[in-house]
Write a protein that binds this ligand. Structure first.
Ligand code: GNR
Ligand code: NI
Length: 168
């Protein structure tokens, strides 16, 4: 297993639209294991393959308090079942140090496949509903900063670009 490097905004690779997984093989299981390890090492509640520069539709999520309930979602989609929105102060491992309020549908049905390719369905609200929408956005090349003002986004871009230059 390995902790993988995480791409950071404004890296253009984060804008890649991920392709569906068609092969449920040992390589997929190994990637999911590495993504799980990377998510826990970075203390995130979720991680999309896009963030580790693998442009396939793969997510890992663990919204539990005890950090002992990792789940893999392969080829995930969601359906909004309650138009009511909830606001949440979102952060992102690819936008480190910045938090902004994002409004998203409160209740969704998630449809995905597990690591074996077996389809499953799950009704979600609260943090899981927020997280799955945030992660599926990554697979579509979207980031939470796309929902805030251009002024705020440009400020975050400038600060992170400067930080990247210093650490390079
Ligand atoms: O760790 C994370 N926390 C978080 C908090 C609020 C809304 C979304 C998230 S996801 C984020 C991990 C991450 O960047 N996943 O892509
Ligand atoms: Ni993120």
């Amino acid at each position: 297993m390995a902790v993988l490097p995480i791409l950071e905004f404004p890296d253009p690779r984060l804008r890649t639209v991920a392709k569906p997984v068609t092969l449920f093989d040992a390589e997929l299981k190994s990637l999911v294991a590495d993504m799980r390890e990377t998510m826990y090492a970075a203390e995130g509640i979720g991680l999309a393959a896009s963030q580790v520069d693998v442009h396939r539709r793969i997510l890992v999520i663990d919204v539990s308090e005890t950090k002992d309930s990792p789940r893999a979602f392969i080829n995930p989609t969601f359906e909004v079942i309650d138009e009511e929105l909830q606001d949440y102060d979102e952060g992102c491992l690819s936008v480190p140090g910045f938090y902004e309020t994002v409004s998203r549908p409160r209740r969704v049905i998630i449809r995905a496949q597990d690591e074996e390719g077996v389809p499953f369905e799950l009704e979600a609200d609260g943090l899981l509903a927020i997280c799955i929408q945030h992660e599926i956005d990554h697979l579509d090349g979207k980031l939470f900063v796309d929902y805030i003002s251009k002024l705020k986004r440009d400020r975050i871009r400038s600060k992170l670009t400067k930080a990247h230059k210093k650490s390079a």
